[in-house]
Ligand binder design. Sequence first.
Ligand code: GLU
Length: 410
Amino acid sequence: MELENAKTIIKKAAEKLNLSQEKLNIILNTERETKVNFPVKMDDDSTKIFTGYRIQHNSLLGPYKGGIRYHPQVDLNEVSALATWMTIKTATVGLPLGGGKGGVICNPKELSDKELENITRAFIKKITPVIGPQQDIPAPDVYTNAKIMDIIVDEYSKQTSTPIEEARAVVTGKSIENGGSLGRDTATARGGQFVLQKAIEQTQIISTLKNATIIIQGIGNAGSNFAKLISEDNSKIIAISDSKNAIYNQEGLDIKSVLEHKKQNGNLQDIPNTTTITNQELLELECDILVPAALANQITEKNAEQIKAKIILELANGPTTPEADKILESKNILILPDILANAGGVTVSYYEWYQNINKESWTAEEVDKKLKEKMFNATQEILNKKTKHQTSTRIAAYINAIERLAQKIN
Ligand code: GLU
């Protein structure tokens, strides 16, 4: 389903550009699909077979780039869509990178640290032939983090007999001690904040972020960091959720204590001054800005009509289906699409890779300044395209990307 959704939007944007069918086919198709099955030693001494994918969608603009997710629902269709979105995302913001994505079917919540390490090593061992600092550079995604990226460096270094120093550029989102970039952990959220700031300044849909009411679905890396950043801007987060619970307070949640509770207890249950609501209720609450920051297909034709936000900032990949898009558009809701809104992550990944390759080390301020400029420019460019082509922000962003990709096709 996700892959069809991705292709639908690419086709729509291509139509606006009068792109030839030959060029469109090149952009639609995946260059390489790798599926691997591998044995992993579990804590109880048993051996289990796991399945993983690395999908390399397109390398017209540079080496494949994109995260690896660990989730029970990973499948070929989803990873292919995510890889496609990476191609469009890196092109949208003008990075010299292509698009790829990986995933392992597993449930990290039921695995020990040792088992996760074993899965990571076994997976990387299998995909080593297709990744590399100039070929394909993975990164974190859903339920993967800096610790796992550090293990990837170590395993890749062993498999290729490359010194750690050289091997580091094979992956981004590493810990700082292991060659990670300052600002990478908060980059997706920070990038989203810049996109939002620019879009509000340009469209005046709401007058200011101060006191704006915000709803965040998801409290992973993107959602929790965004909550932190935006509450420092004095916005009012009235609802937030994790994969099990959603909580609400019309006066604004005390985000510091909510995040602390989540860290201590691993859930959003029994937090003082909050009301528990359903995930559906969370999406449909009255608010200024709705931020889906969890998984794909959350806003669909079934609930789009009930969405009351003025702006949707897509920190997740693929949270809105094309059918929902149409409904939201007719309601004049401004959608800041995933390929722009969450591109801060891959942008700082590019900075990290660049620093590794060139043996540089940038300050947090430098990273933030570059990210701001990148996200402001991309947002402005897309809003200009939206006006020029009289289309939605999503199609405008795809147009931006497809123009860059098409230029590289002879
Ligand atoms: N997983 C992130 C995304 O979907 C980051 C990818 C990267 O940094 O390569 O954009």
